[in-house]
Structures are given as structure tokens and as C-alpha cells.
Ligand binder design. Structure first.
Ligand SMILES: NC(=O)C1=CN([C@@H]2O[C@H](COP(=O)(O)OP(=O)(O)OC[C@H]3O[C@@H](n4cnc5c(N)ncnc54)[C@H](O)[C@@H]3O)[C@@H](O)[C@H]2O)C=CC1
Ligand SMILES: CC(=O)N[C@@H]1[C@@H](OP(=O)(O)OP(=O)(O)OC[C@H]2O[C@@H](n3ccc(=O)[nH]c3=O)[C@H](O)[C@@H]2O)O[C@H](C(=O)O)[C@@H](O)[C@@H]1O
Length: 443
């Protein structure tokens, strides 16, 4: 067994500490966030993904002291890789982490980067940072590999997600592969180069972004037709074809799918190639929140209650006089993914901004997200046990389990019933439509 330091205890890092520990490795979890370390020392997962006994039962050492890096066999780096305000990759966190590793590195250690980066980044960003911090030479005094993380919270966990492994040379790659084989119960794919592995990770997420953009563009087109055409009915029919790829229209949230395509786009553009489909897909998915906001306002304007509270039907010109009273919109689902508390949700932020431009009064309801997070991060009032009739529209953006049992407004005709705009497709099935007094609109 080996001594493994997981650097970066986020949604990716924490489950890995437990997984390596469960297979008998000597595991240290290191993070600069002392609050996170305290929470972990109390046996709690700060990302609320693992149940507490998994953390309590483990022998993992959690610390904010980087000197623990000294003498370990492997350092696995799982820090965040965001983009900046201009959609350019920001690898400063990776670089800082590399320097920290360098400052405490002993000869013979192998460092694996798991964070999502563009092709070439491990060689051009991480290795120089470690060499700066240590004064050592990569390849002769320490080794480096790249193995992207591909877990999907609540869908596919660390042990059960196939891994791509690569190294600065074959021996390093094969050594890292045997480390992961001691823990994973899935395929280990040996990539010929680190750039191959970096690019594969980007392409996986780009492909998903492009496919979602296709159905989002289709849904927006349906919304503009002069005939009734529900995109989800069309998708349900098309999915009966054996090789039709099932994607759903939606707000593309999270910190990866809306972000990672820009890693690939900027890397191609650095060498003068313009990846039009990748960039167009991002633009379509960035357009979708505006489309949804307009749909919500049209549905409110189209109901009986528009005479009393809602604005006149939205026009292209946003500079309309404010309505007599502001339409009240309850957004159900603040986390980007069902049954998670992950609020990294830029598409939701865009939709809220658009609704505010229509002078809507916004409220947020998410049983998985603390009220203070809803209010501080999204600047809207948090509601815990909503009275649906107090709103002009309910917008269901994420299908948490708690929403499955949502009690719809009663069937009796009731001018106070809210419009229900359902982005999840769950409340727009034939049966649900029979239950809702107000028209439901699926987007
Ligand atoms: N969250 C997910 O579902 C997945 C994320 N990824 C990728 O994995 C990487 C990590 O993602 P998350 O775990 O979501 O990020 P996160 O933001 O949840 O966690 C990153 C952690 O790294 C820590 N950190 C930052 N700088 C540090 C430093 N210099 N030293 C020690 N700790 C440091 C932060 O305090 C934070 O706790 C990203 O590149 C992401 O794209 C890949 C697959 C799935
Ligand atoms: C190619 C791929 O499936 N990537 C996964 C993705 O996971 P992530 O947690 O971001 O969830 P996701 O299911 O892709 O959803 C992202 C966003 O896209 C939306 N979404 C998703 C599928 C769809 O048909 N329509 C749609 O609107 C979701 O609502 C969500 O807001 O990104 C992860 C990552 O890289 O962080 C990656 O590890 C996961 O395997």
C-alpha cells in the first residue's frame, strides 16, 4: 500500500480520500480551507455528498498543513479550474497548488493532476510550478501524470467511473495506473500522452454541451412557431428511435459543462483555429435562460391574473413602464443538479437577472440549499414552505426528490392559481396537466 495525499477536498477530492482509505492506503486529505478541514475532522463531508459515518469511520488524516506532502508516495491534485470574466481558463489555482507541492516535495514522489484543464496544461503550467517550488527536475527527481476526474454526483462515483491515465513517460503512466487499479472497479484506459487525456476530458464535456445546445435550440424554435409544438413531446417521440441520443432542454448549470468547453475553445484559438460549433453551442446554452424568462413572463401575461398583477405581454423593448404590482415568481430548484446542494449555477443566475429586468419579484425554494446561501449568493428571498397560490408563476428548474411529491394547486378554477413553468418535464406529463389549474409550459 502507498501513502497518498489528496490536495483539494471538494466534490472530487473528499470521496477520493475515503475510497483510497477503504482500500488500505495511508491517506492524507489536504486543503487550504481550514473551515473544511474542521468540518471533516468532525466527521462531516462539507460538500454533503458522503454520509457522516463514511468520513467518521475512515482513517484519513485531514489537515490544512502542507508539510504533510513531505515523504508521501503520491500527491493527487483536485483543485478547481474556473474561467475568468472573459471565458479564458484560469489555472492560477493549479499553479499555486503546484508551487505548494514543490515546496514540500521529496525526491521520488509522483504527482497526478486530476483537475480539468486544456491539452498541454500539465506540461506548461503544473510541471514548471512544481519545479519552481522544489528546484527539482521533473522526470528525474519527481514524476508527473494526468488523469481527469469524470464522476457525476449522484450518478457515477469515483470507484465506478472508468479512468483515463497518462504520464510524462510510460513508466510513470503505468505506475499511476496500478495505483488507481488498487481502488477502482472500472476500466483504466492508458492514454499515449497527457495531452490526449486532457483533450479527452474536454471533448467529453464539449460533446455534452453541444448535444444539450441542439435540444435547447430546438425548444426555443418550437416556442416561436405559429403552431402548437411541445419540444418534450417531440423528444419523447424521437427517443423511440434506437440511436437517438436522449438529451433534455434545460438551464446548463454546474461548474464544468458551461466552463470546460472554453478550455478547448481557447486552446484551439491560441493556434488560430476557430471551433465554431463549440462556441455556437455555448452561445445557444447562454441564450436559453433569457428564453425561459421570456416564456415565464408570457405565461403570466397570458393568464387571467395578468389584469390584476402581471405586466402587459412582454415586448422586445424592455423599457416598458413598470407594472402596477410586480409579478411574483417562485423559482423551485437553486442547486444545478437534483438532490445536491451545488449552487454553481451560472445559467440560473442569468435567468434570475432576466426576470428581474421584467420587474419580477423573485423567491427561491430549494430544500437542499440553506436559506442564507439562496439569499446571499442569488440575492432573492428564500422560502421554505411556500403557499403556491401567493405567486404568479412557479418555475421548476431542478427536480429534487422533494418536488416529485409536489401537491399541485387544486383543479377548481381559481384566478389565484400560479402558472407552472416546468424545466424538468416532470410536471408536464399528461397526468400532471390534468391536475394543474393553470397551463403548464414545458421548456
Ligand atoms: N465537481 C464535480 O462533479 C467534478 C469536478 N471535476 C473537476 O475536478 C476539479 C475539482 O472540482 P471540485 O471538486 O468540484 O472543486 P471544488 O471547488 O469543490 O474543490 C476544490 C478544493 O480545492 C481547494 N484548494 C484550492 N486551492 C488549493 C491549494 N492551493 N491547496 C489545497 N487546496 C486547495 C479548495 O479549497 C476546494 O476545497 C475541477 O477541475 C473540476 O472541473 C471533474 C469531474 C467532476
Ligand atoms: C460528459 C459528462 O457527462 N460530464 C458529466 C458532467 O457532470 P455534471 O455534474 O456537470 O452534470 P450534467 O448531467 O452534465 O449536467 C450539467 C448541466 O446540464 C443540464 N442538462 C444535462 C443534460 C441534459 O440533457 N440537459 C440539460 O439541460 C443539467 O441540468 C445541468 O444543469 O460534468 C462532470 C465534470 O466534468 O465535472 C463530469 O465528470 C460528468 O461525467
Amino acid at each position: 500500500m502507498s501513502t497518498v495525499c489528496i490536495l483539494g477536498l471538494g466534490v472530487v477530492g473528499v470521496p477520493q480520500t475515503i475510497a483510497f482509505d477503504s482500500e488500505g492506503h495511508d491517506v492524507i486529505g489536504y486543503d487550504i480551507d481550514e473551515q473544511k478541514i474542521e468540518t471533516l475532522k468532525q466527521g462531516q463531508d462539507p460538500n454533503e455528498e458522503l454520509d457522516s459515518e463514511q468520513v467518521e469511520r475512515s482513517d484519513v488524516t485531514f489537515t490544512a498543513d502542507p508539510s504533510v506532502i513531505q515523504g508521501v508516495d503520491y500527491v493527487i491534485i483536485t483543485v478547481s479550474t474556473p474561467i475568468d470574466a472573459w471565458n479564458r481558463p484560469d489555472l492560477s489555482i493549479v499553479s499555486d497548488a503546484g508551487e505548494t507541492v514543490g515546496e514540500h516535495l521529496e525526491r521520488g514522489t509522483t504527482v497526478v493532476l486530476e483537475s480539468t484543464v486544456y491539452p498541454g496544461a500539465t506540461r506548461e503550467v503544473l510541471i514548471p510550478a512544481i519545479e519552481r517550488g522544489s528546484g527539482f527536475d521533473a522526470g528525474s527527481e519527481f514524476s508527473v501524470g494526468y488523469s481527469p476526474e469524470r464522476i457525476s454526483p449522484n450518478v457515477s462515483g469515483f470507484k465506478h467511473t472508468a479512468k483515463i491515465v497518462s504520464g510524462q513517460d510510460e513508466a510513470t503512466r503505468d505506475d499511476i495506473a496500478s495505483l488507481y487499479r488498487s481502488v477502482l472497479e472500472e476500466e483504466i484506459h492508458l492514454a499515449p500522452t497527457m495531452a490526449t487525456a486532457e483533450a479527452a476530458k474536454c471533448l467529453e464535456n464539449v460533446q455534452r454541451d453541444v448535444n444539450i445546445a441542439l435540444v435547447n435550440e430546438f425548444a426555443m424554435g418550437c416556442g416561436e412557431l405559429d403552431i402548437e409544438l411541445d419540444p418534450r413531446d417531440v423528444l419523447e417521440a424521437a427517443q423511440t428511435k434506437w440511436n437517438f441520443h436522449p438529451y433534455e432542454p434545460g438551464l446548463v448549470g454546474g461548474h464544468c459543462i458551461p466552463v470546460d468547453p472554453y478550455f478547448m475553445i481557447s486552446r484551439f484559438e491560441r493556434n488560430g483555429f476557430a471551433p465554431e460549433i463549440m462556441r455556437r453551442a455555448r452561445n445557444v446554452n447562454d441564450e436559453y435562460p433569457r428564453f425561459v424568462a421570456e416564456r415565464v413572463m408570457k405565461e403570466i401575461a397570458g393568464t387571467d391574473r395578468s389584469e390584476s398583477t402581471g405586466p402587459e405581454r412582454p415586448t422586445a423593448d424592455r423599457n416598458r413602464s413598470a407594472a402596477s404590482t410586480r409579478p411574483r415568481v417562485l423559482v423551485m430548484g437553486i442547486a444545478y443538479k437534483a438532490n445536491t446542494n451545488d449552487v454553481r449555477n451560472p445559467a440560473l443566475e442569468q435567468m434570475l437577472d432576466e426576470l428581474e429586468q421584467y420587474n419580477a419579484e423573485l423567491f427561491g425554494f430549494d430544500p437542499n440549499v440553506p436559506n442564507e446561501v439562496i439569499e446571499d449568493r442569488f440575492d432573492i428571498a428564500a422560502i421554505e414552505d411556500p403557499d403556491f397560490s401567493a405567486y404568479d408563476a412557479l418555475v421548476v428548474t431542478t427536480l429534487h426528490d422533494e418536488f416529485h411529491d409536489l401537491q399541485p394547486p387544486s383543479r377548481e378554477s381559481d384566478a389565484d392559481s400560479p402558472v407552472l413553468v416546468d424545466l424538468t418535464g416532470n410536471f408536464s406529463s399528461e397526468t400532471a396537466r390534468d391536475e394543474y389549474v393553470a397551463p403548464t409550459y414545458r421548456v
